[in-house]
Design a binder for this molecule. Structure first.
Ligand code: ASP
Length: 317
């Protein structure tokens, strides 16, 4: 009897141990990063050379973020690196290449959030910071605040020692600017990631809407609207008509549906895109704590890409 009991205990112990071990293995190899380069009109009429340029830039941004995750770095570093790359590329509406407001000036917004402890930082209507996403991170890490805007944010950026550029730097050549205005009024960039330690992070950066009023701030730097991350649920970055995302608290609602109604990530995102927002409003990228990801939109196109520890590496278009 004693012998049978000991065997039983041993079997239970081995079984329990092997499950724990498997989970740990899964955790230590699981990472995922998803990026977007803005949602908007169809790209069918774009020349192949431009389509290829987008593919190249999306792949390069994805690789920047993935390399950090592969090496065991944090999701926060990964999303910042991917977004910085796209800010430096003139193809996207963020950093260099940001669309211009009614005064012909690039006025940029950005936000970053750490799902581990809900710490976050954001900037609105900044003019001279080469990489607004890094200024958002500085707000998160070096101040007591969440959101700095306008002249105060520009001043803080200089004091922090971040690279400054003249207003001209952000404006890409006229021909290209025309193209941006007519063909792509929206082209914000964003990234969400899960790292090997199970931490989620989200980042979004934009020039906003072309021709917007001076002083207008969109959804991207508003935590809960265009950007959100929470280790309990998911990390989210949005793109589209900011006012719609603000009114409907879209980014937080992706998480809230998961937390309070147990909805899977995809269902949660699809519900918001189809039943809360209307066709043409924009797109959402998100990754959950298990590495499931979504990159959906209700516009004609969204530049996007995903890379994860299962060997997936895809960009669209
Ligand atoms: N959501 C951004 C804004 O309204 C624009 C975009 O996503 O392209 O500022």
């Amino acid at each position: 009897m004693k012998f049978i009991l000991s065997c039983l205990i041993a079997v239970i112990f081995i079984f329990t141990f092997s499950i724990t071990a498997q989970e740990q293995i899964k955790q230590s190899t699981n990472y995922c990063i998803v990026i977007h380069g803005g949602a908007g009109s169809s790209i069918d009429n774009l020349p192949d050379s431009l389509k290829n340029a987008y593919r190249h830039e999306l792949s390069a941004a994805l690789t920047k973020g993935e390399n950090i995750l592969k090496a065991g770095g944090t999701s926060l570093d990964a999303v910042e690196a991917a977004v910085r790359y796209m800010e430096d590329s003139p193809l996207f509406n963020a950093g260099k290449g940001a669309v211009l407001n009614e005064d012909g000036v690039a006025e940029m917004d950005a936000a970053i959030m750490n799902g581990k402890d809900l710490s976050c930082g954001a900037v609105g209507a900044v003019h001279f910071t080469k990489n607004p996403i890094s200024l958002a991170r500085a707000v998160m890490e070096k101040t007591q605040h969440v959101l700095l805007v306008g002249a105060g944010a520009d001043k803080f950026s200089k004091e922090t020692g971040l690279e400054q550029k003249s207003a001209k730097y952000f404006i890409v050549p006229k021909s290209y600017e025309d193209w941006l205005k007519s063909k792509s009024k929206r082209g914000t960039v964003g990234a969400v990631a899960l790292d090997k330690s199970g931490n989620l992070a989200a980042a979004t950066s934009t020039g906003g809407l072309a021709g917007k009023m001076s002083g207008r701030v969109g959804d991207a730097p508003l935590i809960n609207c265009g950007t959100y991350a929470n280790n309990k649920t998911c990390a989210v970055s949005c793109t589209g008509i900011g006012e719609k995302f603000i009114r409907n608290t879209i980014a937080f609602r992706v998480s809230a549906q998961m937390e309070y109604s147990n909805k899977p990530l995809k269902e949660s995102v699809d519900y918001l895109l189809s039943s809360v927002l209307t066709a043409g409003d924009g797109g959402i990228i998100a990754v959950d704590k298990d590495g499931n990801y979504v990159m959906n939109y209700n516009t004609q196109n969204m530049f996007r890409g995903v890379a994860n520890s299962s060997g997936k590496f895809e960009t669209f278009p």
